[in-house]
Design a protein around this ligand. Sequence first.
Ligand code: ASP
Length: 341
Amino acid sequence: MSNRRDFIKKAALGAAAVSSIGFNGFAKEKENEKEGALEFPSKKVKKPVVISTWNHGLPANQETWKQLKAGKSPLEAIEAGMKIPEADPNVRSVGYGGYPDREGKVTLDACIMDHNSNCGSVCFLQGIMHPISVAKRVLENTPHVMLAGQGALQFALSEGFKEENLLTPESERDWKKWLEDSKYKPVINIENHDTISMLMLDQDGNLSGGCTTSGAAWKMHGRVGDSPIIGAGLFLDNEVGAAAATGLGEAVIRTAGSAMVVELMRQGKSPYDACKEITERIYNKHKNHKDMEYLQVGFIALNKNGEHAGYSLRSGFNFAVSDDEKGHRMEDAKFKMSWDK
Ligand code: ASP
């Protein structure tokens, strides 16, 4: 057995195993080991699997799946899927048609990560319809992980992307309406969600993922959320699992959300338990915080065995799942607190 597998098993045994070690502690530990913590990969891995946040995850998943089955690389397939909501003016928090900031500017964040921990990210990017594609070029064609603002735009233009107006008449109208009282109090599940985060376990058993968003509606000009930040909005470790977030980015950044979900899976937690524990942690850290009034966060996670889950602080979060066994479908995430509009 490799050292790494040993480590995972021991970590997963946790306090119970430690407290059981006495005179015959070694024997007890062996006994617990037989009961079996999660092993990566297990003998029965389900693959490929693709999961994505929210309803717009479904058409994105379908496209990603099609590309993957047609032989495209995992990152090419992720890019192709995520371009669907980016180009859809009816998806109001991703790409074209996304709600603008309080100055009426649509500013975009995106990132992408492969199984070798290569990452590319752009934030505070304006005028480019497909930030996920620019993030992929950052990964492929630069020595860096993240480019911001004007520098990200310059890079995109140098790579042949075209600059265009992303503010649709609908978004402009909504922004002008918001300006009437200019109160920043994002509406749960409406103005503080819509990031599409996608996680994939491909046919070779490797993990990858991406995120793309226009972020919170009516944010301050220059605000960047969790979505383009590796470790906050997205994280994966190809030995263990992948996780991604949606919801109020400030809360996810404060807690290094996605990285923590992956670390809990490393310690032997299921994707469901890992998402739940970090959501509870975010709740505990924010229950007396001014953001609590409009706080919603949701996580999705996928482990190396192809097991997936989603969990959110407030009800209303759903995600798309695609696999060979059951095809494409939506699942409702379990949640800590119910919430009615
Ligand atoms: N997490 C994103 C942000 O805070 C918002 C979202 O999920 O739509 O920018």
